[in-house]
Design a protein around this ligand. Structure first.
Ligand code: FAD
Length: 326
């Protein structure tokens, strides 16, 4: 039976957690469906990065080594992935729904005469069909989508499945794929990658997120958020309300028109829990909400709720966590 190919995205010298989640899911599906699960890494350091994939169920990893992949550029990435898809001829290509995958999945599907099912929360193969569930209406509802196209591209929302690492020694074949790209054919040149200052932990990959809403109010509230994030090693997120006031940068916004996060622990501080915000954080494993309004909708999704003023609760919480974690 034709295989499942998983694109392994790389960030900061590591395969992204969301890609390992996609690989773990593909591996479970591959076992049930008796399909080979193959990874592909496109990076200057692809060979050493490929090793990790074996622990998440890949039996073969294609390595496309070229420095051009270390910065995101659509044309080489599309060409590199397309060359591996042509070699492998998989039934299904899965990738984590990262910003760069969102950028190329449509173009790849057109180029390869394939179907694209983007930003799904689950996927499976049933007979001739690839079946997916996709959050719609700010994740209020799930739409069932399917395709019987012989080749289907799926991008998977982070946090939809667990990344399951196995320590057992399984054999994994590493295949090097030669790749040349003529940079003179590029119509756009990547001059600079601008990252926000102070974003020590990547929001979309973070295990802990401290998110602030309008209840955080001002610089004093922000300092309490910074302190909690520093104690817990968290990335800082925000609701749109405090991005609009300029208290937090636009890159911190979580939700329908912001980032989608799936940490193990999510602190929602002074956030009401509007559906547009919840759409971006509902995949969090444990949600701790602090809000002075006991009827705030955030408590409908929270695992633990603290009703009260965050300016009174945070200093106590920070002091206690500091004792435990330092
Ligand atoms: C098309 C569209 C897209 C949108 N996309 C997004 C998005 O991506 N992300 C997003 O976040 N929003 C988005 N929004 C906006 C969203 O609808 C809400 O307006 C926004 O999430 C509210 O932010 P908030 O919870 O911080 O503020 P509010 O709704 O004003 O809530 C503030 C909360 O803080 C509590 N509070 C106040 N003072 C304290 C205190 N001292 N201690 C503790 N609690 C306190 C209050 O009880 C209240 O619950 C979108 C809206 C639209 C229409």
């Amino acid at each position: 039976m034709s295989s499942i190919l998983v694109i392994l995205s790389v960030q900061d010298g590591r395969v992204k957690r969301s890609s390992l989640e996609a690989l773990s899911r593909a591996s479970a599906l591959g076992k049930a469906e008796k399909r080979e699960v193959i990874g592909v890494v496109l990076h200057s350091n692809a060979l050493s990065l490929a090793i990790d994939a074996v622990h998440y169920g890949a039996t073969k990893v294609f390595c496309v080594s070229n420095r051009i992949f270390d910065s995101h550029l659509n044309p080489p990435l599309i060409a590199g992935i397309a060359s591996v898809v042509e070699l492998v001829k998989p039934r299904l290509v899965v990738a984590a729904s990262t910003e760069s995958v969102k950028d190329i999945i449509g173009a790849l599907a057109i180029r390869m005469d394939a179907a694209a099912l983007p930003d799904v929360a689950s996927f499976e193969i049933s007979g001739d069909h690839v079946l997916c569930e996709r959050p719609v209406m700010a994740a209020k509802m799930m739409a069932s989508t399917q395709s019987s196209n012989p080749l289907v591209f799926v991008s998977l929302r982070s946090g939809s499945y667990e990344a399951i690492r196995s320590e057992s020694e399984t054999s994994c074949e590493i295949v090097e794929v030669p790749f040349e790209f003529d940079v003179s054919t590029l119509s756009a040149t990547l001059r600079e990658i601008v990252t926000t200052t102070g974003e020590a932990v990547d929001l979309t990959e973070a295990k802990v997120v401290v998110a602030a809403g309008r209840g955080v109010k001002d610089a004093t509230g922000k300092a309490l958020i910074d302190e909690l994030a520093s104690i817990t090693g968290a990335a800082i997120g925000a609701s749109r309300a405090v991005v609009e006031t300029g208290l937090f940068p636009a890159t911190a916004q979580i939700g329908q028109t912001g980032k989608v996060v799936s940490p193990e622990l999510y602190f929602a501080i002074g956030i009401s829990g509007a559906i547009q915000h919840v759409a971006g954080m509902s995949n969090s494993r444990i949600i701790v909400a602090i809000n002075k309004d006991a009827d705030a909708p955030i408590f409908d999704v929270a695992t633990y709720g603290l009703v009260g003023d965050c300016f009174k609760i945070l200093p106590i919480l920070n002091a206690e966590l500091k004792k435990i974690l330092s």
